[in-house]
Design a protein around this ligand. Structure first.
Ligand SMILES: [Ca+2]
Length: 313
């Protein structure tokens, strides 16, 4: 089996960090061609720094990390320090990165890679606002049909919103980019809040990370400890939802997830519901089905996979 080629597009973020660690721990299955950073949870200068901190934590300093778009296509940047802390990676005390940021712009890396690799062999894995992806599609429309699949964290339907009453953060930050992506015709798998809110880091699950007693295991436990404070106050839930690692876990073990092929449209006009992912879960329209919208996962299987793989780093 050859490893599946992926580009991780990300705004780290503690949960992005765990998603990246899971990918880098699984080289037999996933070939991380590059990590492209975008402004989102925190501004771009911090997401590019955090991505490199995580690659070094994973012992993979040769990973290619690129800086992308520093603001959404048509709106002011909204960030989420209230969730992720001032640095975006609050929790563990990790050293500043020594590995370089690549000179090339993330959008050009995405374009060049999709043109250079055989058509249909590169999967895009967005974990933040979709600005880099949409910009690449607009700048080089020829690459759209070359994308194997987009597997993204974003949106919500039954769980509605986490940044507004109706919108999930990644989609809300750049709804125009989300609309371009969802209308692109690429095969899309969506990991929305409906499933990520079932991937909860309970105390025993976090103890399992800590018990790895490795720098990675301890850092992940510290990150989720920090992240958890916000969610427990807000939702009273049993622990922090690990949103972005659902994307990597889906690539490794799609059998852990269930969903439904539906039409998903993005609200880009109404300020009241801006960035809402309008998913036709019940099939009440004849709009074309453009996404596999995931609704459930085997949470124990997910955490077993995560713990087993993180132990490899
Ligand atoms: Ca993210």
């Amino acid at each position: 089996m050859t490893a599946r080629k992926i580009i991780i597009d990300t705004d780290p973020g503690q949960d992005d960090a765990v998603a990246i660690l899971l990918a880098l721990s699984s080289p037999e299955e996933l070939d991380v061609l590059g990590v492209t950073c975008v402004a989102g949870n925190v501004p771009l200068d911090l997401t590019t720094k955090n991505a490199r901190i995580i690659c070094e934590l994973a012992g993979k300093p040769n990973t290619l990390v690129f800086a992308g778009c520093d603001r959404p296509l048509g709106r002011d940047l909204v960030t989420a320090e209230h969730v992720h802390g001032k640095t975006g990676l609050d929790g563990p005390d990790l050293p500043d990165p020594e590995m370089p940021l690549q000179d090339q712009h993330a959008v050009d890396f995405i374009i060049d890679t999709l043109r250079a690799e055989p058509s249909g062999t590169v999967t895009l894995c967005p974990l933040g606002p979709l600005t880099n992806i949409a910009t690449a599609f607009q700048k080089a429309p020829d690459i759209v049909q070359r994308v194997q699949q987009i597997v993204l964290m974003g949106g919500a339907y039954f769980e509605v919103g986490n940044i507004t009453p109706t919108a999930e953060f990644n989609i809300y930050v750049d709804p125009q980019a989300a609309e371009i992506t969802f209308k692109s015709g690429v095969d899309i798998v969506v990991l929305p809040l409906d499933v990520t809110h079932k991937a909860l880091v309970t105390a025993p699950r976090n103890d399992a990370f800590r018990a790895l007693s490795t720098p990675v295991g301890i850092a992940v436990a510290q990150m989720t400890d920090f992240f958890e404070r916000f969610d427990k106050e807000k939702y009273g839930s049993a622990g922090a939802p690990l949103h972005d690692p659902c994307v990597t876990a889906y690539l490794l073990r799609p059998d852990l997830f269930t969903g439904r092929r539906v039409n998903v449209e993005i609200e880009t006009i109404s300020e009241l519901t801006m960035g809402m992912t309008v998913a036709d879960w019940w099939g009440v329209t004849d709009r074309p089905k453009n996404a596999l919208f995931i609704g459930d996962l085997d949470a124990d299987g997910f955490f077993d996979l995560l713990t087993e793989r993180l132990a490899r780093l």
